[in-house]
Design a protein around this ligand. Structure first.
Ligand SMILES: Nc1nc2c(c(=O)[nH]1)N[C@H]1C(S)=C(S)[C@@H](COP(=O)(O)O)O[C@H]1N2
Ligand SMILES: [Mo]
Length: 263
C-alpha cells in the first residue's frame, strides 16, 4: 500500500515538474491532460478541485469516451436506482408495451415536438459499447443503441437562449413531505451535442429492459451513471435550472452530488 502511494507520488511529482516548465497557452504538451487515465490529470481534478469550466477547457468538446468490443461485455448491465417505476403514468404506458409513449421535446425550441418510439427507431441510430461507471464504485460494459440527441435538437431547433437540456423522468425515487419527487437530470449543450450522447432504446441487442430505463434513457458517456436519466418523459431546453426541483440541476445534485460528474 505505502509502496503504491510512494510510486504514485513520484509519478505526480514528475508530471508536475514537467508541467511547471511548459508555457501555458495553447501548448500541445498539455495534451496529456485530456487523457482520462493520466494520473496527473486525475490528481489535478481531485486534489485541486478543478471546476466544471476548467474541465471543459481541458477536454475537447467532441472527445470520445473509450469504446469496447463485443468480447468485453462480460456481464449484464446491473440495474441501479429505480428499476420498476410505479407511478400511474408509467404503469399505464408499460401495460401497453409503451405503444402510447411519446417523447416530449419543448422549452426553448423553435418547434416543440412529440416523438413516438417508432419515429425514434426509424431515425439514423448510433451503436456503442461503453463502460458505465456508477458513483458507488462499480462499472459494467454494455452495448447501447439509440438516436443521437444532437439529431433531435437539430430537428426541433434550439433557441439561442438555451443553455441546458433537462430530462424529466417518470419514476419517483423518494416521497418527500411536499409530495412525490420525480427523478430529473440536466446536461449542458456540449454534452447534449456530443456524438456519443444518445437516447437509447436498445441494450445488448435487445429492447431496453424496464430495469434499465425503458422505453428511453440517455447515455452521457463522459460522466457518471447518475447523469444518465432513465424512463425519460420529457426533454426541456432551458436557460437556468435554479427554478427546477431543488435548484441544483438533478435529483442527486439536490442531495449533494456534483452537477458535472466527469469521469
Ligand atoms: N430515472 C432514473 N434515472 C436514473 C436513476 C434513477 O434512479 N432513475 N439512477 C441513476 C444511477 S445512480 C445509475 S448508476 C444509472 C443506472 O442505470 P442502469 O440501471 O441501467 O444500470 O441510472 C441513473 N439514472
Ligand atoms: Mo449510479
Amino acid at each position: 500500500m505505502s509502496k503504491l502511494i510512494l510510486n504514485r507520488r513520484k509519478l505526480l511529482r514528475a508530471g508536475l515538474a514537467t508541467a511547471a516548465t511548459l508555457p501555458l497557452a495553447g501548448c500541445d504538451a498539455f495534451d496529456f491532460l485530456t487523457d482520462r487515465s493520466n494520473p496527473v490529470r486525475e490528481w489535478m481534478i481531485s486534489i485541486n478541485g478543478l471546476t466544471y469550466r476548467a474541465q471543459r477547457a481541458l477536454q475537447a468538446a467532441d472527445q470520445l469516451a473509450p469504446e469496447f468490443s463485443q468480447a468485453d461485455i462480460r456481464q449484464g448491465q446491473k440495474p441501479n436506482g429505480s428499476t420498476d417505476p410505479d407511478t400511474p403514468d408509467y404503469l399505464s404506458l408499460k401495460e401497453k408495451s409503451f405503444a402510447d409513449y411519446r417523447l416530449e421535446v419543448d422549452g426553448l425550441v423553435e418547434h416543440p415536438t412529440r416523438f413516438s418510439l417508432d419515429q425514434l427507431r426509424n431515425m439514423p441510430s448510433r451503436t456503442q459499447i461503453t463502460r458505465h461507471d456508477c458513483v458507488e464504485g462499480w462499472s459494467t460494459i454494455a452495448k447501447w443503441q439509440g438516436v443521437p440527441l444532437r439529431q433531435i435538437l437539430d430537428q426541433v431547433g434550439v433557441k439561442p437562449a438555451a443553455r441546458y437540456v433537462m430530462f424529466h423522468c417518470y419514476d419517483a425515487l423518494s416521497r418527500s413531505l411536499s409530495g412525490i419527487e420525480l427523478y430529473y437530470e440536466s446536461i449542458d449543450l456540449i454534452d447534449a451535442r456530443h456524438p456519443q450522447t444518445i437516447l437509447a432504446y436498445a441494450m445488448n441487442d435487445a429492447p431496453l429492459p424496464v430495469a434499465n430505463g425503458a422505453p428511453l434513457r440517455v447515455r452521457v458517456e463522459r460522466q457518471l451513471g447518475y447523469k444518465m436519466a432513465k424512463y425519460i418523459r420529457r426533454i426541456e431546453l432551458i436557460s437556468e435550472f435554479s427554478q427546477v426541483g431543488g435548484g441544483k440541476g438533478g435529483f442527486w445534485e439536490d442531495r449533494g452530488y456534483e452537477w458535472y460528474a466527469g469521469i
